[in-house]
Design a protein around this ligand. Structure first.
Ligand code: PLP
Length: 382
């Protein structure tokens, strides 16, 4: 258990809530969840399902109706042929990460993962006794993946490569060319799997979403992770899924049986409505994020000591703060206590995240402006 780490977002949220209890007013830019409400048609579908008696167990891998809807959605968006038996429904998308590493990676094997990146990757790799091999994402490359670096780091011991595009925390987006180089490298390595975290695939501002599953032979070597938390503002519902080859899906189902039994039944039916119903709320939400992106990036670039690139996807700004003379944890603490703005230190996303902060712009323009003003004023007090 000592090797298991945590997500700082939940720790900072707890600290910010404690300050609020003492009467302080905090602007929350730390947690990664849309501030929008879940679309009404999705909520109505859940209520209808609950009233109709969908309140019992389902098969561990999920209800056929939802697996069919997911297979259809993924086939369409990734231009693939996905069958329902290649889908496993999970309570949130996180279990797909955990199960993927647990099912495939042995102690002593190596897993490549993006750094700065979602902290759960490194935590789970270490938890199974494997060696985390960071793929540094650098500001000078627009925080996008350097496939040549990945190529160099693949060894005989490599068992898995974790990809995340659009990326948390940097907003970097992988291009088709970059993914193509990685797919080529893996052409002769049937023992290496990819975990492709595509949870932000619909929240993208420039270009389109590309998936490594589209390259020859890659679908069978990839666990595609996606879900409803971000796209449909459903973080609290806990609904996600993995798409993978059939034999591995059967093993995932077994992991589900041994851990959760199944995903919440009426939530699964709400998921069918989310995928098949109107997508207008999703489009409006992304349009609003796009507007906020301009406000936050421009505002951060106006603050002395900050330098911020425009994220191409997801809803996080990841400014370079080395010009402030403080490290990311010091500055994060200072902003929370002095400015009443909760943000995450880049260092909590791995060693290559030092020198940066993550600010979620899943908050109103009004609150973003308030946060920017407070940050600027508090730095002036140094
Ligand atoms: C990159 C990434 N993957 C997966 C998840 C987990 O999603 P869920 O809440 O559906 O478990 C998150 C949530 O923050 C994320 O940022």
């Amino acid at each position: 258990m000592k090797s298991l780490e945590t997500e700082t977002a939940f720790e900072v949220l707890a600290k910010a809530k404690a300050l609020e209890k003492q009467g302080k007013e905090i602007v929350h830019l730390e947690i990664g969840e849309p501030d929008f409400d879940t679309p009404q048609n999705v909520k109505d579908a859940a209520a209808r399902a609950m009233s109709a008696g969908y309140t019992h167990y389902t098969p561990s891998a999920g209800m056929l109706e939802l697996k069919e809807a997911i297979a259809e959605h993924v086939s369409e968006t990734r231009r693939l042929d996905v069958k329902p038996e290649e889908v496993v429904v999970t309570p949130g998308a996180k279990p797909v990460m955990f199960f993927g590493v647990l099912a495939l990676v042995n102690p002593g094997e190596e897993v490549l993962y993006p750094n700065p990146g979602f902290p759960v990757y490194e935590s789970v790799i270490k938890f199974v006794g494997a060696k985390p091999v960071p793929i540094p994402l650098r500001e000078e490359n627009g925080f996008s993946l350097d496939p040549e670096y990945v190529k160099e780091k693949i060894t005989a011991k490599t068992k898995m490569i974790i990809l995340n595009s659009p990326e948390n925390p940097t907003g970097g987006v992988a291009t088709r060319e970059q993914l193509g180089v990685i797919a080529d490298c893996l052409a002769r390595r049937d023992d290496v799997f990819v975990l492709s975290d595509e949870i932000y695939s619909r929240i993208i501002y420039e270009g389109g979403h590309e998936s490594i599953t589209q390259f020859d032979g890659m679908k069978d070597k990839t666990i595609l992770l996606d879900g409803f938390s971000k796209t449909y503002a459903m973080t609290g519902w806990r609904l996600g899924y993995g798409v993978m080859r059939k034999d591995l899906a059967a093993k995932f189902a077994q992991l589900m049986t041994n851990s959760n039994s199944c995903t919440n039944t009426f939530v699964q039916l709400a998921g069918v409505e989310a995928l098949k119903g109107s997508q207008r709320d999703v489009e409006n939400m992304v349009a609003e994020f796009r507007r906020r992106r301009e406000v936050i990036v421009d505002g951060l670039n106006d603050i002395e000591g900050f330098r911020c690139m425009k994220p191409r996807g997801a809803f996080y700004a990841f400014p370079n703060i080395t010009g402030t003379g403080m490290n990311s944890r010091e500055l994060g603490e200072r902003l929370l206590h002095k400015a009443g703005v909760a943000v995450l230190p880049g260092a909590s996303f791995g060693e290559f995240g030092e020198g940066y902060l993550r600010l979620s712009f899943a908050n109103s323009v009004e609150n973003i402006r308030k946060a920017l003003e407070r940050i600027e004023n508090s730095l002036g007090e140094c």
